[in-house]
Design a protein around this ligand. Sequence first.
Ligand SMILES: NC(=O)c1ccc[n+]([C@@H]2O[C@H](COP(=O)([O-])OP(=O)(O)OC[C@H]3O[C@@H](n4cnc5c(N)ncnc54)[C@H](OP(=O)(O)O)[C@@H]3O)[C@@H](O)[C@H]2O)c1
Length: 380
Amino acid sequence: MAAMRIVLLGATGYTGRLTAAAMVRAGLAPVLAGRHHDSVSRLADRLAPLAPSPADEPRIALADVTDADSVRALLQSPDDVLVTTVGPFLDLGLPAVEAAVAAGAAYLDSTGEPPFIRRVFDEFGPRARETGARLMPAFGYDYVPGNLAGGLALRRCRDAGRPASRLDIGYFIEGRFGVSSGTRASALGVLVAPSFAYRSGVVAERRSTGGRVRQFDLGRGRSWKGLPVAGSEHLALPLLDPALSDVEVWLGWAGRWTTTASYAGSALGTLAALPGVGEGVLAHVSRRAARTTGVGPDASARAAARTLVQADAADAVGRPLVSVRLEGPSPYDLTADLLAWGAAMAATQAVAPGAHGPVDAFGLDALERGCADMGLVAVT
Ligand SMILES: NC(=O)c1ccc[n+]([C@@H]2O[C@H](COP(=O)([O-])OP(=O)(O)OC[C@H]3O[C@@H](n4cnc5c(N)ncnc54)[C@H](OP(=O)(O)O)[C@@H]3O)[C@@H](O)[C@H]2O)c1
């Protein structure tokens, strides 16, 4: 592990602390980076005993995303891996991805914000191919499990000689679920941003959810609804299979309020499109929410929630082909473990320059094994 240098920016936030602990436990000797010396140094002291050996203990660095030079200074070589949990990404995310592209380094983030993910693929991906940078955005609960379930479904369809044309991927949480300060701030920002879908072989804009919902049969009597959202699946899964023409991702967190939430999403989308509202009032509310950091469910509250993600594949005329259902630990534990695993993989495996989803970055088999080690497994 001596050659790799993994830098975790946002280490003192809620997701950052969980990720830092996962990295230290895994012996990755991360550089914990944040904007306040005292909080980063306290965190490093607290985590040092978790390191497998003194050589694996975390180090610290200071960086503030409002000072782009300080973020660039975190990276010293193209072999470095920058992992960032500093969000909302639409507001605070660009300096880190820009620094990674400039250094030709590897980059992973915890964003779940669709417009940011799209920007990483569309704008920074081509630049990364020139500098050698490897960009793996949305490497958490959003949206790794859906990419894995989708990749497994595509493979099963191919193996059965019936290629899939359409994938519907649903994200659900079983049990009680509390959200972190960063999730709350990012969700507010996303409400004001345009969304997208993958339809008939192209990524298409979507301003509103239009009250649409889809029902998923999740086994054991669970028939739950989701409303349409944009993820990295729309951008990454079509790269795996040219037969795939439609990808839709559905979010089922709202439970029995899903249909209402879908209509409310449309109304907010319309509201956000009004001059001065999206970039003005709603963005202001999101920025205010982002002032509170580091707060989220404790270990026992996290243990009450389970991740449930399903990919339903269909053929060109809509006939169901296969369903792959994954079940696993709570979204925040999963996000921390995924970021730590992805960072270790990015530090040790060859990844082609450019922007990637988790399957095309590391391969389906490796991702399936890595997720199984975290407790995220296919149950169908
Ligand atoms: N994809 C997923 O499934 C998933 C899961 C979890 C989280 N997330 C996303 O990850 C992000 C973080 O969530 P969270 O709950 O961990 O948020 P959080 O607790 O609010 O942490 C935000 C972090 O950003 C840092 N930060 C804020 N402004 C900064 C600046 N100017 N320079 C450097 N650092 C700065 C904060 O530093 P201080 O500690 O000094 O305040 C803190 O470490 C959010 O966007 C959230 O939506 C996504």
